[in-house]
Design a protein. Structure first.
Length: 183
């Protein structure tokens, strides 16, 4: 069953954050590879300007191939890391808490008791709306303003498919007996 087919969340079953989340992670991780690819393209285009000097032309050609190979390596590493991060990030509903799991090298699991949940926000920029994803923020009792913190707190899922975010939000509010406020 794919995550887009989820209509009911079952307790003690780990769910991924949705396939669109994978592409978001890959996009963030692959920026370096695409920069190298762009530089390699510029170098290969400038190769024709150096045809009058064969030694310089061959040097530019060699450098463009090296940069192109670096770009491919960077994109492969980004793909592997993105798959690992996507595979190791998820959530489950236990009888008393929401469990969030994440991490590739340093694996972490956070429990957020339902009784501490005060509000759940889903933020969606224009770009997020085009992608169909949401930033999922869980506000808990006794917590300071999350937007001032530099590191990503444990109660934020940076990107979740919109449908999964809405389903999870409704389920958490139901389990906490909090009514959703809409404007």
């Amino acid at each position: 069953m794919s995550t887009s087919d989820i209509t009911v969340l079952v307790e003690n079953t780990y769910y991924k954050l949705g396939s669109k989340t994978f592409w978001y992670i890959f996009g963030k991780q692959s920026i370096t590879g695409f920069v190298f690819l762009f530089v390699a393209l510029l170098l290969s285009m400038s190769h024709s300007y150096f045809l009058s000097n064969p030694e310089m032309a061959s040097s530019v050609c060699f450098v463009s191939w090296v940069v192109f190979c670096l770009a491919i390596i960077a994109l492969i590493i980004a793909l592997i890391y993105s798959k690992l991060r996507y595979k190791n990030t998820g959530f489950t509903l236990s009888p008393n808490a929401l469990l969030l799991r994440r991490g590739v090298i340093k694996k972490e699991e956070f429990a957020i008791p339902y009784r501490q949940i005060q509000n759940i926000e889903t933020e969606r920029t224009l770009f997020d709306q085009m992608l169909g994803v949401s930033k999922f923020i869980i506000l808990t009792a006794g917590e300071e303003n999350e937007k001032e913190k530099v590191d990503e707190p444990e109660n934020i899922l940076p990107m979740v498919d919109k449908d999964i975010a809405l389903l999870l939000q409704a389920e958490l509010l139901k389990r906490n007996n909090v009514q959703k406020v809409t404007w």
